[in-house]
Ligand binder design. Structure first.
Ligand code: GA4
Length: 330
């Protein structure tokens, strides 16, 4: 793995690559949050793709840039130094291995636990050090704005589904006890791919366990989503917008009406990809089952009730690409 030695932004934005993916998916729904009736488009996107892009989200550009810069500074430390804060179990610094069951990818990352609205310092000892002060403040401000954005989007989903109360989904992730996570990923350029037409996995295919994921990446391609018919398509990167994923928990609450989207990241031969993902999850003891409000007349519940804690126990025994909801199906 290429190691960033100097903590500078330039190091992760290499010259324009001579090759980009052949084509990007053109059918991706774009939800403009400044438009009042965006809820219908948003519901449609959750049903059809489980994935969409949001614009006019109100998250300050400067905050995004600050956190990205801090993340890059961390990833620019020497490999030996970074390894002191790992291996991620599940929180902390991780490199090449994902989860504990044999998944690997061309990336390094920080997995940070969010405790009562801010980043838990015990999830990464580095954050306890004086030199991490600006990193901590960027992380906490970022998490606060991600909670707000996730909550706004979840309320729009309830509005679009015409269910009350409007905070029926958002209250789950806004709860002080909610089990949410922040993930900072760095996919270094993969020299093995240079000049070749091959591909390599950055992060293997999977669905996200939580209700909602809010993803921001720099302008490097790599993200791919699986469409309903199983075709994989590349997502055009857009550093100005956020991408929203429906997760397994929201698929359950909506009795499968919303799709938990399968996605993956391909490694790039020339450019570094840096992404920051907020995963909005329920409190540990939260019971998850299809909302009776959303069951049509005579419609059967697709899932039995289970707690988030129960789901997580199974999830940490699974491989990335496993269908983690299968065991809860009726
Ligand atoms: C996928 C979504 C998030 O990145 C994550 C991942 C977690 C991890 O990296 O530790 C998991 C994966 C994710 C699902 C199954 C288990 C757990 C790796 C893995 C094999 C942080 C999460 O919440 O679930």
């Amino acid at each position: 793995m290429a190691v960033l030695t100097k903590p500078s932004l330039e190091q992760v934005s290499l010259p324009t690559p001579p090759h980009r993916p052949r084509s990007y998916f053109s059918g991706l729904p774009v939800v403009d949050l400044s438009v009042t009736d965006s809820d219908a488009l948003l519901v449609n996107a959750c049903e059809e793709f489980g994935f969409f892009k949001v614009t006019n989200h109100g998250v300050p550009k400067e905050l995004i840039a600050r956190l990205e810069e801090e993340a890059i500074k961390f990833f620019s430390l020497s490999q030996m130094e970074k390894e002191r804060y790992g291996p991620a179990n599940p929180f902390g610094y991780g490199s090449r291995t994902i989860g504990g069951n044999g998944d690997v990818g061309w990336l390094e990352y920080l997995l940070l636990e969010i405790n009562s609205e801010s980043i838990s310092h015990s999830s990464l000892d580095f954050l306890k050090e004086p030199r991490a002060r600006s990193f901590c403040s960027a992380l906490n401000e970022y998490v606060e704005s991600m909670r707000k954005l996730a909550s706004e989007v979840l309320e729009l989903m309830a509005k679009g589904l015409r269910i009350e109360p409007r905070n029926i989904f958002s209250k789950v992730v806004m709860d002080e006890e909610s089990d949410s996570v922040l993930r900072l990923n760095h996919y270094p350029p993969c020299p093995l791919l240079q000049g070749l037409n091959g591909s390599m996995t950055g992060l293997g295919e999977h669905t996200d366990p939580q209700l909602i994921s809010v993803l921001r990446s720099n302008n490097t391609s790599g993200l791919e989503i699986s469409l309903r018919d199983g075709t994989w398509v590349s997502v055009l990167p857009d550093a100005e917008s956020f991408f929203i994923n429906v997760g397994d928990s929201l698929q359950v609450l909506t009795n499968g009406r919303f799709r938990s989207v399968k996605h993956r990241v391909a490694a790039n031969g020339y450019e570094s990809r840096v992404s920051m993902v907020y995963f909005g999850g329920p409190p540990s003891g939260e019971r998850l089952a299809p909302l009776p409000l959303l069951l049509g007349e005579g419609e059967q519940s697709m899932y039995r009730e289970f707690t988030w804690c129960e789901y997580k126990r199974c999830a940490y025994k699974s491989r990335l690409s496993d269908n983690r909801l299968q065991q809860f199906e009726m």
